[in-house]
Design a protein around this ligand. Structure first.
Ligand code: C2O
Length: 488
């Protein structure tokens, strides 16, 4: 069994621990290979995404295939990482290194350890101990990160993702859950799963920056930053952490998911696996485990009310198909996501369809599930790496100045990673942008109990995160098509 280790723990013993040093040596080797070679650095990154037009791809290349905004996000990246790790290990063995080398992971969310939100030291030094240039260093990152700065706490917050009880939402409802919505093959665009949103999207932009976008900030270049692979090992690990919590948290058990087949690479290196082949990473062909899958200490204080879901609502989530979510309200105009705070009002109507079933004549509607959606987020220039989304803030509240004070009114966050790609209508993307869904059942019940829920009107507030990533005066053109409320 291969073991994937925590890169910060390795770095504490030695910034150039052999696992890290072999990683660097193998990358130097991969970079010498031709881009048409399915074992080259350029080819490996292009599998995820590439700026090269199709006419210039090598024959049979499986490029620009990363699965995003989809319930295939986690399994596809797992297969991709396995292909990458296997290629590196083979190279390391040829170079005389260990045959049990495994990809380390970057766990940036553990609040009990200092430093973990920084890039590990081997990734920020321009030179190797030998004096040669360091292949783990790239200059196309947010400068602060290369200078030893830290990711924002917002970017690494895993509480929302781990609190999700459903892997996915009802088919066709554009509701994501932990792992992403039910889709076919999906190279971005659509509804983003909660792990894919935060910390995944935030850490991409948090390392890469937004103006100019660094390698990590775009699908087409992310795999060219060596840290990409370690942070994806962590996303893969968080999938295990989520499952470990047990209870209702389970992988889908249906054939359209388990039977989906992905082919990666070409020639002798081709790897073809189904989702069902990789859901247990400890079994062949994967055969790896993580050195730690326990729940980490929260990176900041999370009010208990945010994590304690209402039990009744959780039971219902066992049969999400039972009631198809019905839209009960939506904002009337596009909502600009700027570098400042934005508030939008949503008029709520009484449900007329499925959500009303079994409610009788009673005046107050008690939906079993309440979802908030931020739909079709599009734009070419970002104003912030992500936004916190609040519901019914008290009058005069300033969540930008004191986010902690309003945590119990936060529906979630929307990360801007992938917005630009998803706004581009071409052969790979639909051009309809990204959609975010939040299960706010617990929040709606708390607001109701506090007398702060108006059954006819909802107020939704967006505040940007990461002032250091988005310098003042930086104004992009991102908008959300609408903000909507659903009952099920
Ligand atoms: Cu396919 Cu982190 O991206």
């Amino acid at each position: 069994m291969l073991e994937r280790h925590d890169v910060w723990e390795l770095s504490k013993t030695d910034p150039w621990h052999p696992v890290i040093e072999w990683y660097a040596r193998a990358i130097s080797e991969l970079k010498k290979r031709n881009a048409a070679d399915p074992g080259s650095w350029a080819y490996l990154a292009a599998i995820h995404g590439t700026d090269l037009p199709r006419s210039r791809w090598p024959r049979g290349a499986t490029w620009s295939e990363c699965q995003h905004s989809s319930w295939f996000f986690l399994p596809w990246h797992r297969i991709y990482l396995h292909y990458f790790e296997r290629t590196l290990r083979q190279t390391i063995v040829v170079l005389g290194g260990p045959d049990d080398w495994a990809l380390p992971y970057w766990d940036y969310s553990d609040g009990s350890r200092a430093d973990v939100r920084k890039l590990p030291p081997a990734f920020t030094q321009q030179r190797l101990p030998s004096g040669d240039s360091n292949p783990l260093f790239v200059s196309e990152r947010l400068r602060r990160m290369n200078q030893g700065g830290e990711l924002d706490l917002d970017a690494v917050d895993i509480a929302d993702a781990l609190a999700e009880t459903d892997f996915t939402g009802p088919e066709g409802a554009r509701i994501a859950g932990f792992g992403g919505p039910v889709t076919g093959w999906s190279h971005g665009g659509g509804t983003v799963g909660s792990l894919e949103n935060t910390p995944h999207g935030d850490v991409h932009v948090g390392v890469g920056g937004i103006r100019p976008p660094g390698l990590m900030s775009r699908f087409e270049t992310a795999g060219l930053d060596p840290i990409f692979w370690l942070r994806h090992a962590n996303i893969d690990r968080l999938w295990e952490v989520w499952l470990q919590q047990g209870g209702l948290r389970k992988n889908p058990a249906v054939t359209p998911w388990l039977g989906m087949k992905f082919r990666i690479g070409s020639g002798a290196l081709t790897l073809t696996l189904t989702v069902g082949d990789v859901i247990d990473s400890s079994k062949p062909p994967l055969s790896y485990q993580y050195s730690r899958v326990s729940l980490p200490a929260p990176s900041r204080r999370v009010p208990a009310s945010r994590t304690e879901g209402p039990e009744v609502a959780q039971e219902e989530s066992l049969m999400p198909e039972d009631r198809f979510p019905e839209m009960v309200g939506a904002s009337e105009e596009r909502v600009a996501l700027t570098s400042g705070t934005t508030e939008v009002g949503v008029k709520i109507d009484r449900p007329t369809g499925p959500a009303l079933e079994g409610l009788g004549e009673s005046e107050s509607v008690q939906p079993r599930k309440v979802y908030l959606k931020v739909e079709n987020v599009k734009g070419r220039e970002l104003s912030a790496p992500s936004y916190r989304v609040y519901v019914n803030l008290p009058p005069g509240a300033d969540p930008a100045a004191d986010p902690a004070a309003y945590e119990d009114r936060r529906a979630g966050k929307v990360s801007m990673f992938g917005v630009v790609e998803a706004s581009d209508g071409n052969e790979e993307h639909s051009g309809s942008g990204l959609t975010f869904s939040f299960d706010i059942t617990g929040l709606a019940q708390r607001l109701q109990a506090a007398g702060d829920w108006d059954p006819e009107h909802l107020r939704v507030t967006f505040t940007p995160t990461g002032d250091e990533i988005a310098p003042e005066g930086l104004e992009g053109d991102v908008t959300a098509g609408r903000v909507s409320l659903f009952y099920a």
